[in-house]
Each structure stands twice: as structure tokens, then as C-alpha cells.
Design a protein around this ligand. Structure first.
Ligand code: NAP
Length: 358
């Protein structure tokens, strides 16, 4: 079987993986090929606790797995979680070759799966379309490497950088095309996070509202200080998570320690959200929360919508806080710049090599 066929099969495994979001587990897809490279079966990991992609493909193949090649986007697991190790299932099924996309950075796997396969006499081919396999699930890889969820900051401002007017009005700064695009970002996220100030000012729903969208809704999260939360808010119907330093009267509180300012410690806050299985966080502001996260170095990437409008004065910037000296401005890498409707969309990452964004 030639390399081109293996890459093509990996492309199909990537497609299978992409159609599900099993966080906090990774997206994984697998295909089984017979010795001539013909497709025997396919599998994807659909949700936590459900069989892994490799096992789905093996079960569908039955006895046809003997002598087959498995092509899988992520290194098969070697540990027992909610399901038994995939390496045992692969060895038991008589697979003779495993083609792996990305090596699993999870400390419980991290090369151990590949070693176990080789020890059992199975040929292992590594790093086939590995970058594409990691791009499938940047939040998973980021979380396993850093212990933190992946934070994407979404903002909409006038071309001169104002996210809201001095009187607090901000809906809508950008046009309908940019707003639709922002809903796509929500659809891709596990959770949408705002500060209590935005909850009070905007009464947001934080839902995906796209024509024909039937996928999961992101979990709404409010990071709150100690000031009262509004009595009535559309978000209460969605039972949001409230991250606070003490139990709150509304939603489901996640209690985290206070930082020196008495407000929730943001590093602890995002780690607590990851522990809830929320690995891909879309931060939607406002400026106070965005500024605090930025200064803590917690923002990994962003999508900035710049409206074809000039505010012509100082209302509220993208980030609260003071910009004291030019040396404090950090260089970021632009990944994609395009027009959406009348507005501009700029996608950026903080570090080179970090996560794709589109
Ligand atoms: N154009 C846009 O993209 C966009 C997006 C979102 C919001 N907005 C606008 O932004 C404005 C609201 O922004 P805002 O700055 O007042 O509110 P915010 O950033 O949404 O919320 C700030 C609040 O977050 C809470 N908080 C909890 N932990 C914190 C921490 N460690 N550091 C900082 N804050 C913490 C505090 O709540 P307590 O008050 O409970 O102490 C704080 O007052 C509204 O006008 C809204 O329309 C614009």
C-alpha cells in the first residue's frame, strides 16, 4: 500500500473525527484498510464514555480486522479509563500495521501506546498528517500540554478600537455578516465566557443563533465579583456556570480562590472550567475581564472584528486597564485577515506554532 493511500485514509479519519466534539476527550477518527488499501470500516469517538474510534472501527470490521492496517488520527491509548486500552483491542484483533497521526501528549499515553503496539510485533508508522491531526482539536492538545483550556478572545470594535460607547451601548457595532461569523465561533466552543459587567449591561443569551444550526449550544459562563447579579436575565433560563469566590444566588457556582484584588483568581478560574470538561473557551468580554485575562497571559488567540465605523472619541476600549508604556504592547501573529460584509475580521495567535484559527 503506498504512502499516498495512507495519507488519503488519514484524511478520511480526520473528517470522521471532525464531526464530533467529545471534550474533555479528544476528537479521534479511525479507518481500517485491507492489505490492498481498500476500506473495511470506519469509526469516530462520539462522546466521553462511548467507545474510542479504534474500537468502533474494529467492531464494525469483525473478523476482517485480521491482517488489516489501522489508520488513526491519534496515538491509541494504553491505559484503562472508562473504556479498556485500545492497544489491547488492536493487538487482539490481529491488526498488523497502525498508522498514527499525532502522538498523544496526555502523560498517561505519550508514546506508551506506540511502544505497546511495537512490543506486540505491530508495525507502527508515525506522524502521517500530524499537524492536520493536531489542528482537529487544538484545545485538547493545549490542555494536555499546559493544564489550561484554550482561550480565544472575540471582540467587536469600531475601527478606532471602541467596543462600547461611554453610555454602555454596544449593540450592534458590527454588521450582520460579522455577527453571523461570531456565532460560528460560538458553535465551535465548549463554553462562552463573559464578565458580570457584560451580563448586567447586555443581558446576553450567549447562544448559537445560525439558520439551520442543530449542534450543541456552548455552556454559558459568567465570571463574577461580589456585586449583585441581576434579578432578571435571559441567561438564567440557561442555568449558567457562575465562577465566583463564594457560592452565588444564581446559576451553578464554581468557587475559586480570590486573587490579591479580591476577585476570582483567573488562572484558577480557567483551570476549574477545564476540570469541568470545558477545554475550548470563547471569551466575549467585556473590557474589564478581557484586560485582566490578557495581563495574566491567559489569552491564547483571538478574533477581532473591526467595524467599518469610526467612534471618534473614547468610550470603552477592547481592554480595560492602563497602557502605560509602548514596551507593554506585545507582538502577536496575524493568521488571517479578511472582510466579512462591510467589516474586517482579524484572526491572531499569541505565540508562533500555536493553534490554527480560521
Ligand atoms: N463589543 C464587544 O465585543 C463587547 C463584548 C462584551 C461586552 N461589551 C461591552 O462591555 C461592557 C461591559 O464591560 P465591563 O468591563 O463593564 O464588564 P466585564 O468585563 O464583562 O465584567 C467585569 C466584571 O467581571 C467580574 N470579574 C470577576 N473576576 C474578575 C477578575 N479577576 N478581573 C476582572 N473582573 C472580574 C467583576 O464583576 P463584579 O462587577 O460582579 O465585581 C467585574 O466587574 C458593556 O458595555 C458591554 O456592552 C462589548
Amino acid at each position: 500500500m503506498d504512502t499516498e493511500r495512507l495519507r488519503e485514509a488519514m484524511g478520511r479519519a480526520i473528517e470522521l473525527a471532525r464531526s464530533h466534539r467529545p471534550h474533555p476527550n479528544p476528537r479521534v477518527g479511525a479507518v481500517l484498510l485491507d492489505p490492498e488499501g481498500r476500506l473495511i470500516s470506519e469509526g469516530a469517538h462520539v462522546a466521553p464514555g462511548r467507545p474510542h474510534a479504534e474500537v468502533v472501527a474494529l467492531s464494525a470490521a469483525g473478523s476482517r480486522s485480521r491482517g488489516a492496517t489501522m489508520v488513526v488520527t491519534l496515538e491509541p491509548c494504553a491505559h484503562t479509563g472508562r473504556t479498556p486500552p485500545c492497544v489491547d483491542a488492536i493487538v487482539g484483533a490481529g491488526v498488523v500495521r497502525v498508522v498514527v497521526g499525532a502522538v498523544d501528549p496526555d502523560p498517561r499515553v505519550s508514546g506508551a501506546g506506540i511502544r505497546r503496539l511495537r512490543d506486540a510485533g505491530i508495525e507502527v508508522v508515525e506522524h502521517v498528517l500530524s499537524a492536520e491531526c493536531e489542528d482537529l482539536d487544538p484545545a485538547y492538545f493545549h490542555h494536555r500540554r499546559t493544564g489550561r483550556p484554550l482561550l480565544t478572545l472575540k471582540t467587536a470594535s469600531t475601527l478606532d478600537g471602541q467596543t462600547a460607547a461611554a453610555d454602555g451601548t454596544s449593540q450592534w457595532i458590527t454588521g450582520p455578516a460579522a455577527r453571523r461569523d461570531a456565532h460560528r465561533l460560538r458553535a465551535a466552543a465548549d463554553a462562552v465566557v463573559v464578565g458580570a459587567g457584560t451580563l448586567r449591561a447586555d443581558d446576553p443569551r450567549l447562544t448559537v443563533r445560525l439558520d439551520g444550526y442543530r449542534g450543541p449550544q456552548p455552556v454559558p459562563v459568567v465570571v463574577a465579583g461580589s456585586a449583585p447579579l441581576p434579578e432578571r436575565a435571559r441567561l438564567w433560563e440557561r442555568d449558567p456556570i457562575i465562577v465566583a469566590t463564594e457560592p452565588r444566588e444564581r446559576g451553578r457556582t464554581i468557587v475559586v480562590p480570590a486573587g490579591p484584588d479580591g476577585l476570582p483568581d483567573l488562572e484558577a478560574a480557567v483551570r476549574a472550567l477545564a476540570a469541568e470538561g470545558l477545554l475550548d473557551l470563547l471569551i466575549e468580554g467585556g473590557p474589564t475581564l478581557a484586560g485582566a485575562l490578557w495581563r495574566r497571559g491567559l489569552i491564547d488567540r483571538g478574533v477581532t472584528y473591526l467595524a467599518a465605523r469610526i467612534a471618534g472619541g473614547e468610550g470603552r476600549g477592547i481592554f480595560g486597564g492602563v497602557f502605560s508604556t509602548l514596551g507593554d504592547a506585545r507582538a502577536i501573529r496575524l493568521r488571517d485577515v479578511r472582510r466579512v460584509g462591510d467589516d474586517l475580521r482579524v484572526a491572531w495567535v499569541v505565540d508562533e506554532g500555536a493553534f490554527p484559527i480560521a
